[in-house]
Design a protein around this ligand. Sequence first.
Ligand code: CO
Length: 146
Amino acid sequence: MKIGRLNHVGVATPDVEEAAKVYARLYGAVEATPARDFPQLGVKVIFVSVPNMQIELIEPLGDASPIHKYLEKNPKGGQHHMCFEVPDIIEARDEMVSRGATVLGTGEPYIGAHGVPVIFVHPKDTGGVLIELMQDPALYKGEGGH
Ligand code: CO
């Protein structure tokens, strides 16, 4: 298993609309999706597109949001994770486990904000960097990645 292209960088923020305005005003990154709620993931998201990837702006949604803890420590927000594409999410998950990394949650891939299965690997395994692995959308054949 070898990671593929960087799909997006996740940025936690208390307000995705305000954050999107900053990327547009300061950096001219005006190509952005409307804000979308993902209640099942506990996040509200705007994707800002740049030529080679996206910036995933993430705001907590609901009390159980996985972003709450991050914003408690970093109230103004900050860089939250990096997401790389993998050709097969199940194989990637199994390789992570056999290489001694900690897959967060149940360890089962689930459908993320991009509509393809993802897993997250604990930041302690990568010097403090939370890594998301995403089924390569071009190779996705349906629920579960197979
Ligand atoms: Co992400």
